[in-house]
Design a protein around this ligand. Structure first.
Ligand SMILES: [Zn+2]
Ligand SMILES: [Zn+2]
Length: 170
């Protein structure tokens, strides 16, 4: 019994404990500083407002670990670059839709399946002779029923003119 107690006492009295303790504190401090820098790096990619970035970094600095955790929970889910890219894509798509869905003659909004502009009577598409769906003048085959579309002049507009009026991107 005396022996076991002595062993425990020896372990407690070991001089190396101070060193271990310092190493642990050092590691924790390094992790803390690294998390503060990570917060700064991450916040700059996600947040535009410099003040909010400063608050996020300060929170991470003043409340070690907890502050970083709170930031990680509350941070915006997307990178600014992704948000901007998506906005650009959406704007381009909207512009494309607007072009595709307005009458080339009077700019009246028209639906994809309109054959004639309801406002100015401009012929927009032709009807498939087989299934009756709206098809572009430039198409040679109906994409809905695979029937060949003869360059009919029923609409009165030659193919070339129609594609040119549609914006030239045939
Ligand atoms: Zn029109
Ligand atoms: Zn068809």
């Amino acid at each position: 019994m005396e022996n076991a107690f002595q062993t425990v006492q020896d372990i407690i009295d070991w001089n190396g404990w101070a060193l271990v303790w310092y190493l642990i504190i050092f590691a924790v401090a390094v992790l803390w500083v690294a998390l503060v820098f990570w917060t700064l790096k991450d916040a700059r990619k996600r947040i535009e407002d410099a003040l909010i970035i400063a608050v996020a970094v300060a929170t991470s600095l003043v409340f070690p670990f907890i502050g970083t955790l709170v930031y990680a929970i509350l941070r915006p889910p997307e990178y600014l670059a992704d948000v901007r890219e998506r906005e650009l894509e959406m704007r381009a798509m909207e512009a494309e839709l607007r072009i595709a869905r307005s009458c080339p003659n009077c700019k009246e909004p028209v639906r994809e399946d309109y054959l004639v502009c309801p406002k100015c009577r401009k012929s927009l598409r032709t009807a498939c002779p087989s299934c009756g769906k709206a098809v572009e003048f430039s198409w040679r085959t109906c994409p809905y029923c695979a029937a060949d579309i003869l360059p009919s002049r029923a609409s009165g507009y030659p193919v070339g003119e129609a594609t040119e009026l549609m914006g030239g991107h045939a």
